[in-house]
Write a protein that binds this ligand. Sequence first.
Ligand SMILES: [Zn+2]
Length: 92
Amino acid sequence: MAKVSSITGDDISAFLLDRGATEECATCGEKELQIVGDQVSTASLILVPNSNPMPADPASFPLAVVACRNCGVIRLHSIGAIATWKKALAAD
Ligand SMILES: [Zn+2]
């Protein structure tokens, strides 16, 4: 897998285009999708187990966040999947 930290906004755009995931917003029908973040920062979910007290080092799950500019609905894509796709492209 390519390094998750090496995935850029351009990679995310290329991945979505390659996989046909740039269709109109499923909520409002507009085609105004925006990748949230920039070339150096992406979003992550922090996975917190159901335990108390909170663990000191919860796992994280890096995500590409795509927002609709019209209605604001948020869509999430795994950065890991994008990294795997990028590595396969580089191997061709
Ligand atoms: Zn929308």
